[in-house]
Design a protein around this ligand. Structure first.
Ligand code: PGA
Length: 250
């Protein structure tokens, strides 16, 4: 049985004050929820603050990105060792915004995945097609290429200690969610592709859906056979919205 995971990706949002309010609301609203894993990924400068606020709670801490390199002369980058130093357990790898806006390639994403795992952190590997790719019928080709780059680098056993997030780019921040059937179809495709290497790893793998998930659509999405939770952007910035999604999962 795969446990549902709800992960909040705050992206480049928040302040010391707003984060204090947001987390206060999330933590108190989750006190009774024990059958769903919940995680928040703040911007780097707030990791210490959030780590402190999460002590003794059932909410885990993650980062939105990490360098593929060991500590050294990489101005502006953050090493995985720094993330473990602040109590991070998860790192988002290969988010479509990193791929599209910062030119991260499949090979670089695979390298990041490996570096994150080598520090004992759990990568959340993001895969997903653009609108143009979906409309030209190459969704599976694109998702397979992104997944295979990681499988080839680290092997299928490493996927057992990771989370995958399917995030169609056209559904991120647009209010346009993939229908539960559209999402399920790609999730099933991803699981089958991993199963081609190892069926046990595939069965245990948590595959999250991301892209305009809200309280109102979460239950139907998470009810699908191969959807094991969500990676939540916009709706993770308001405690009530995020809690509605966590409760839908519960
Ligand atoms: P969204 O973002 O929920 O705002 O669509 C999801 C994501 O980018 O992880």
């Amino acid at each position: 049985m795969r446990r549902i995971l709800v992960a909040g990706n705050w992206k480049m949002n928040g302040s010391k004050t707003s984060i204090g309010h947001l987390l206060g609301g999330i933590v108190s609203g989750l006190a009774q929820v024990s059958d769903v894993d919940v995680l928040v990924c703040p911007p780097f400068p707030y990791l210490a603050q959030v780590q402190g606020l999460l002590v003794g709670t059932n909410v885990a801490l993650g980062a939105q990105n990490a360098s593929e390199h060991p500590p050294g002369a990489f101005t502006g980058e953050v090493a995985v060792e720094m993330l473990t130093d602040f109590g991070c357990e998860y790192v988002i790898v290969g988010h479509s915004e990193r791929r599209a806006l910062y030119g991260e390639t499949d090979a670089q994403v695979a390298h990041k995945f490996e570096t994150v795992q080598s520090a004992g952190l759990t990568p959340i590997l993001c895969l997903g097609e653009t609108l143009e790719e979906r409309e030209s019928g190459v969704t599976e080709t694109v998702v397979a290429r992104q997944l295979d780059a990681v499988l080839e680098r680290v092997g299928v056993k490493a996927i057992a200690d990771a989370v995958v997030a399917y995030e169609p780019v056209w559904a991120i921040g647009t209010g346009r969610t993939a229908s539960p059937d559209q999402a399920q179809a790609v999730h099933a495709f991803i699981r089958a592709r991993v199963a081609g290497h190892d069926t046990q790893v595939a069965q245990a793998l948590r595959i999250l859906y991301g892209g305009s998930v809200k309280g109102g659509n979460a239950q139907e999405l998470f009810g699908k056979q191969d959807i094991d939770g969500g990676l939540i952007g916009g709706a993770s910035l308001q405690a009530d919205d995020f809690l509605a999604i966590c409760h839908a999962a519960h």
